[in-house]
Ligand binder design. Structure first.
Ligand code: SAM
Length: 199
């Protein structure tokens, strides 16, 4: 277990039990972001860094009973909270690092990742791993239910030009990881970047 993993598990492990209570009104924003993936009945989708599984119900609704929904997370306590909330009924939960997914190459139609990229120790390498499991033309959504500036203010820090999720930086990072950025929105109430898996 690396120091990065331990840090993530401690940080989110101590917040898991209260996670959904802290953000009770986010549901519609997650549903709206999932809608932007353009999923169809029967599609196969991964929620990377699924946490307590808040995105799993709208993902299941989008792909229907014949689709595949997988939620992957590194923190056992977050997945346990997902089970307590009944979200394991919406998709299969995997305790795993997104850096090395136990999934075959090119098998998924889409990846949804909310609040994940800022926590990755190797964002380029990890986004490449997400690209590996998605078919060419498949879609990635990097979502946060709060914009970059509002989040920085909430956390008492200033946004700097080297911010990973700044449009220019993210476009370059994605391009180097097998993704083409196709849409970018950074408003107070939401951050959403969409990308397509390059051939
Ligand atoms: C900010 S939380 C977001 C959780 C959930 N997506 C949501 O929107 O409520 C980030 C989640 O990413 C997970 N995570 C961080 N690094 C990870 C990694 N390398 N592999 C898998 N999950 C990771 C954490 O355990 C945590 O549950």
């Amino acid at each position: 277990m690396s120091d990065d993993h331990t840090h993530v598990q401690e940080f989110f492990g101590s917040r898991a039990a209260d996670w959904d209570r802290r953000f009770p009104d986010d549901g519609p924003a997650y549903a709206a972001a999932v809608a932007e993936l353009g999923l169809r009945e029967g599609d196969r989708v991964l929620d990377a860094g699924c946490g307590t599984g808040r995105a799993l119900p709208p993902l299941r609704t989008a792909v229907g009973p014949t689709g595949l929904v997988v939620g992957a997370d590194l923190t056992p306590a977050m997945l346990q909270a997902a089970v307590r909330a009944g979200r394991d009924r919406e998709g299969r939960l995997l305790l795993t690092d997104v850096a090395a997914l136990p999934l075959r190459s090119g098998t998924l139609d889409a990846v949804f990742a909310a609040g994940l990229v800022a926590h990755l120790p190797d964002p380029g390498g990890n986004l490449r791993e997400l690209a590996r499991v998605v078919r060419p033309g498949g879609v990635l959504a990097l979502f946060h239910p709060i914009g970059r500036a509002a989040l920085a203010a909430r956390q008492g820090r200033r946004l700097t030009p080297d911010d990973l999720r700044a449009e220019r930086n993210l476009r370059r990072l994605l391009a180097g990881s097998g993704w083409d950025l196709t849409a970018y929105v950074d408003e107070d109430a939401r951050f959403l970047a969409l990308a397509t898996r390059a051939d």
